[in-house]
Design a protein around this ligand. Structure first.
Ligand code: HSE
Length: 429
């Protein structure tokens, strides 16, 4: 039997305390799977007396994270936030200690620096828990699909916004009522900004795109739109046309050397597999040249589910420590560049509030035609007090053309406002 593997855990929140529980309660099983005994040597926390979801032996809690890291073979970082997590992970990696992290914000911003430190010292860095909680998606992208060419990834990677949009879809609730319900149930934070503005999903999209396309993207490469402007009317109009609105993270190859990465509300057909993802669940839909279409589905958050992903990473890297030799590494040999939005081709659902006057529709369709945009379907509600709501779905158009056309339409005298522009995903590209 190989020597004992000493584990330092940083953080004892919802996920951290569940990771500690599994390390302690399932210790014998972990030893069998790894081929060496495992010892949780300490848990670094801010307050050793705080109440926890699961209580370890009180002697394990410490506020001295650096001393704990220095005494460990493997560090599990579950504190979140950029600092001090970044400095602590770098301390471990530079000393050749392998690290498991669930810190999506840190990895989406400083992943390149962390990976370079790991490569330099020969340590391993794994972060399955950073994307879509319990769902195995990073390891499949890095290992299982290493012999294939991923062309597109569509993901529901944020449970809070999926819960909100699902409530709006199933009950007709407004955004603010659905958000209040999500907060009451504990899905949404008191400050829901990171979720509803799309930032949380954008971090995950940057991580997924880097692995899927063997490149290095950061959160700054991700075009991000949230769901705060989605109205009950948008949801009802989508439903009438056979669509449901989801906040999708979309990572898509563009040309030979580019990729566009974006998070935006998207209409998807009711029969698309992602349309059946309800409540706070996550799902990631992968299109690859040889594998075809794959879907990964499950709980995208929560203490025990996310700790499951953490422990999977831990067993895998600990096993390699025991046997020697690296596993399948992540690579960045392709180095695709982020292309931005201009050439993204998509269909669009466009809502326009217009005055009910002769020639309004003709003007709008003329402007679309002048920009090379063809209308697939169009509906107009019965005018109220001389104002009518038009809803159109376009055929595929370039984002830049669509934006230019919308600006011209918005400036028409007879147009009160363009009150909704949402992308529509349908066919495989
Ligand atoms: N806040 C995230 C969500 C969970 O709602 O999915 C952690 O990434």
């Amino acid at each position: 039997m190989a020597e004992k593997i000493k584990v330092a855990l940083l953080g004892a929140g919802n996920v951290g305390s569940q990771a500690a529980r599994i390390l302690v309660e399932d210790n014998a099983v972990l030893e069998k799977r790894i081929g060496a005994p495992v010892e949780l040597i300490g848990i670094a926390v801010r307050d050793t007396n705080a109440s926890r979801h699961w209580n370890a032996d009180p002697s394990l809690y410490t506020t001295d994270a650096d001393a704990l890291i220095d005494a460990a073979d493997v560090v599990i970082e579950l504190t979140g936030g950029i600092e001090p997590a970044r400095t602590r992970i770098l301390r471990a990696l530079k000393a050749g200690k392998s690290v498991v992290s669930g810190n999506k914000a840190l990895l989406a911003k400083h992943g390149v620096e962390l990976q370079a430190a790991a490569d330099e010292s020969g340590a391993q860095l794994s972060y399955e828990a950073a994307v879509a909680g319990a769902i195995p998606i990073l390891r499949p992208l890095r290992d299982s699909l290493a012999g294939d060419r991923v062309t597109r990834v569509l993901g529901i990677m944020n449970g809070t916004t999926n819960y909100i949009l699902d409530q709006m879809d199933t009950t007709g609730a407004s955004f603010s009522d659905a958000l209040a319900e999500a907060q009451k149930l504990g899905y949404a934070e008191a400050d829901p900004t990171a979720d509803v503005e799309g930032h949380d999903a954008a971090s995950k999209a940057a991580i997924v795109a880097s692995l899927a396309f063997h490149s290095t993207f950061t959160i700054d490469d991700v075009h991000t739109e949230g769901i705060t402007s989605i109205t009950a009317d948008d949801v009802a109009a989508a439903d009438a046309d056979g669509y449901v609105i989801k906040l999708l993270a979309i990572c898509e190859r563009e040309g030979e050397n580019g990729a566009n990465i974006r998070v935006n509300p998207t209409l998807i057909p009711r029969q698309h597999p992602l349309a059946g993802v309800h409540g706070a669940f996550n799902a990631v839909f992968v299109e690859a040249e040889n594998a075809g279409e794959l879907m990964f589905y499950g709980p995208g958050a929560g203490g025990a589910p996310t700790a499951s992903a953490v422990l999977g990473d831990f067993v895998s890297l600990a096993r390699r420590l025991v046997l020697g030799g690296p596993g399948v590494p992540e690579t960045s040999h392709a180095q695709l560049h982020a292309t931005g939005l201009d050439n993204v081709v998509s269909r669009y659902s466009v809502g326009v509030l217009v005055e009910d006057r002769l020639g309004v529709l003709a003007n709008i369709t003329r402007i679309l035609t002048e920009h090379g945009i063809s209308v697939d379907s169009l509906r107009q509600s019965a005018p109220k007090e001389g104002v009518a709501q038009i809803r159109m779905v376009t055929h595929s158009a370039k984002d830049a053309d669509l934006r230019r056309a919308i600006a011209v339409i918005d400036a028409l005298d007879t147009v009160r406002e363009v009150n909704s522009v949402i992308r529509v995903e349908s066919e495989k590209h």
